[in-house]
Design a protein around this ligand. Structure first.
Ligand SMILES: [Zn+2]
Length: 240
């Protein structure tokens, strides 16, 4: 079965019922707070004439990293709308993204693992034949409620993808917010904080700048590394 491992039962708690979300016309983002893995971000935005779904962190070739997934709109929004509907309604869904010699690469949404209100978006490489190996190359696990909201916003953004939009074959670059590691794209507003500490903190996302991240973390009691904590406490010092 390749590198596919069984999921261990685990449970979100604390603030996971009230994810931090934000949106504008062509973007949406949300965060779930997980009791052991910390903040789990999901970002959906227009990328040229397509959609970019970024999961941060995700499991990328066995490592934790951001996973920017761009899906081109080659069929007047039909495929993207179907994906959005599957996410929004919690239905399994698969899209063949590559047909190679002896294998295919599939994007799959796998809802509702047993006993957990979480679902997985995965890029899977499946060898042809009954004994073909199946490898999860990329995988992001999120609460079903967050996938549902992402799907609703995906469907909302798809009609805004005009045929005049540039193809954007390369996804837009993002940098992780120093406070929460959310992917911050150039097209997103971000903030610079000056005067809180020895160095200016640049590239903060909106929920970190306005104190939402720190408030949510205090309610949720989730793990946070020392560097993030230092940044968020600097923000809090300025906000007071
Ligand atoms: Zn942030």
């Amino acid at each position: 079965m390749g590198r596919h491992r069984q999921h261990k039962p685990r449970r979100s708690r604390g603030g996971s019922e009230q994810p931090v979300t934000g949106e504008s016309a062509t973007e949406w983002f949300g965060t779930a707070f997980h009791s052991t893995t910390g903040m789990q971000h999901l970002d959906v935005r227009q990328s040229g004439n397509g959609i970019l779904i970024t999961s941060a962190p995700a499991e990328v070739d066995g490592m934790l990293a951001g996973w920017p997934l761009r899906i081109r709109n080659d069929d007047d929004g039909q495929g993207l709308t179907e994906l959005g509907t599957a996410l929004a309604s919690g239905q399994p869904h698969g899209i063949v993204v590559e047909n190679g010699p002896g294998y295919e690469r599939v994007l799959m949404f796998i809802p509702n693992h047993p006993e957990q209100a979480v679902g997985t978006l995965a890029r899977i490489r499946a060898e042809n034949g009954p004994d073909g190996a199946i490898v999860f190359e990329r995988r992001a696990e999120r609460p079903m409620a967050l996938w549902a909201e992402a799907g609703q916003n995906l469907r909302r953004i798809v009609p805004l993808l005009g045929p005049d939009a540039p193809p954007a074959d390369e996804p837009e670059e993002s940098t992780p917010c120093p406070g929460c590691y959310r992917p911050v794209y150039e097209s997103s507003p971000s903030g610079t904080l000056i005067g809180a500490g020895p160095l200016p903190v640049i590239g903060l996302c909106r929920p970190c700048v306005n104190g939402t991240t720190l408030r949510s973390l205090r309610q949720a009691d989730v793990p946070l590394d020392a560097q993030q904590r230092a940044v968020l406490e600097s923000v809090a010092a300025v906000l007071v």
